[in-house]
Design a protein around this ligand. Structure first.
Ligand code: IMP
Ligand code: MG
Length: 186
């Protein structure tokens, strides 16, 4: 299968350049998978992916974990079509699974202000799971203003808008196989 991975890409009239290659992403996910395999063996955890952004990361992450596990999804909206957070989190879809007494691995594509992740951990905790840990592929460390629980972080990145590998700009760009960063010169 050949993947969509140009060196630079234009999306909604703005220029982005390559930031994390397919190989770098793959290697980091293999490491995360190994750590999760060690931590969760025998516990049948449920991965909960945050739609839409986390669907590609979650599918690769799950396949790098060598234990029995399940998956479910929920959906939030906080960005609209803009490049900066609206500061508001809206529920669009809840999980279907009963997570009481289950081990939860909450999977996000990116933590920016931390508002979404914080909201989600609080929301899921009310359903009395046995445990909740979080995984995010990307963390904009300097942009995070919320007290947020981050157990596994793929890459710490600057506070610039990124695109690809599930991450969108006004819904576009999710199908890029690598991660691109906004070229600020444009
Ligand atoms: P937060 O609530 O501010 O932490 O924002 C988290 C959500 O905003 C993520 O789940 C993404 O959907 C989206 N987001 C944050 N930064 C970016 C970015 O650089 N590119 C694309 N989406 C982003
Ligand atoms: Mg998201």
């Amino acid at each position: 299968m050949s993947l969509y991975k140009p060196q630079t890409v234009e999306c909604n009239g703005e220029e982005f350049e390559i930031y994390l290659t397919e190989k770098e992403i793959k290697e980091r996910i293999t490491e995360l998978g190994r750590e999760l395999t060690e931590q969760y063996g025998g516990q049948n955890p449920i991965f909960i992916g945050v739609l839409n952004g986390a669907f590609i990361f979650l599918s690769d992450l799950m396949r790098s974990v060598e234990i029995t596990c399940e998956v479910d999804f929920l959906k939030l909206s906080s960005y609209g079509d803009e490049k900066v957070s609206s500061g508001q989190v809206t529920d669009l879809k809840d999980i279907d699974a009963d997570i009481e007494d289950r081990h939860i691995i909450l999977v996000e594509d990116i933590v920016d202000t931390g508002l979404s992740m914080r909201y989600l951990v609080d929301k899921l905790r009310k359903k009395n799971p046995a445990s909740i840990e979080t995984v995010t592929l990307l963390h904009k460390t300097e942009a995070t203003t919320e007290e947020v629980q981050l157990n596994y972080v793929g890459f710490r990145i600057p506070s610039l808008f990124v695109l690809g590998y599930g991450l969108d700009y006004a819904q576009k760009g999710r199908n890029l196989a690598q991660i691109y960063i906004l070229n600020e010169g444009n």
